[in-house]
Design a protein around this ligand. Structure first.
Ligand code: OGA
Ligand code: MN
Length: 209
């Protein structure tokens, strides 16, 4: 028939379609089991290893400027991931992300050209006060993407909920392993409630040019 329709190789992905329609309808989406238990396990191990290396480096350099000011807003410890130097487990993470970005770009005209991801550890007693993710004058951030890497059995008493401030009220989301939360970076105010137990995640942004 019409030779213009050459997208024979395009296969609709029901999960991605659900994510896209949730974001279109409510500006956020929650996906449980975006990562399998096995993947979460590997990524968590990787995070902890990277953290040890980083802590070691930091101890050698000494304390950093600005730290105290920032700690009253956010208490998490972050380190950026480098796709070019990805371990096998991180490569697996980026493969999934890249697959999703390719799908978005094929179906949504969002024009995602860049991405950035960091590991985050919230030690006991830390939090991240209410904010939006474009505060650093980076209006290229379109979608925020948070992946939780906690161990099985995260309990409400541990705290650490992500709270999204929506027009219709607050949405509280527990950081369950394998769960991914995606939301519009420029519009959704959110915070991380204080944690009573170390909380592990990867957070990132899909960005336009
Ligand atoms: C952030 C953030 C949310 C979360 O890092 O900017 O809001 O649930 N993270 O970890
Ligand atoms: Mn944020």
């Amino acid at each position: 028939m019409d030779h213009l329709f050459e997208s024979i190789d395009f296969e609709e992905n029901p999960l991605y379609e659900r994510i896209i329609s949730d974001i279109a309808n409510q500006q956020y989406c929650i996906v449980d089991h975006f990562f399998t238990n096995e993947e979460v396990h590997l990524l968590r191990e990787g995070l902890l290893k990277a953290f040890e290396k980083e802590a070691f480096k930091k101890a050698a350099i000494g304390n950093r400027l600005n730290e105290t000011l920032e700690r009253s807003i956010r208490g998490d410890i972050i380190f950026w991931m480098d796709e070019a130097k990805a371990t096998d487990d991180e490569a697996l993470f980026f493969n999934k992300i890249n697959d999703f970005i390719a799908y978005l770009n094929k179906t949504c005209f969002l024009g995602i050209l860049h991405k950035e991801f960091h590991y985050a550890i919230y030690p006991k007693g830390t939090f991240y006060k209410k904010h939006i993710d474009t505060f650093q004058n980076d209006d290229r951030r379109k979608l925020s993407f948070v992946c939780y890497l906690n161990e099985e059995g995260w309990e409400p008493a541990y705290g650490g909920e992500l709270v999204l401030y929506l027009n219709e009220g607050e949405k509280r989301i527990y950081p369950l392993p394998g769960r991914v939360v995606i939301f519009e970076s420029q519009v959704i105010e959110h915070e991380v409630k204080p944690v009573n137990k170390k909380r592990l995640s990867i957070t990132g942004w899909l960005k336009t040019r």
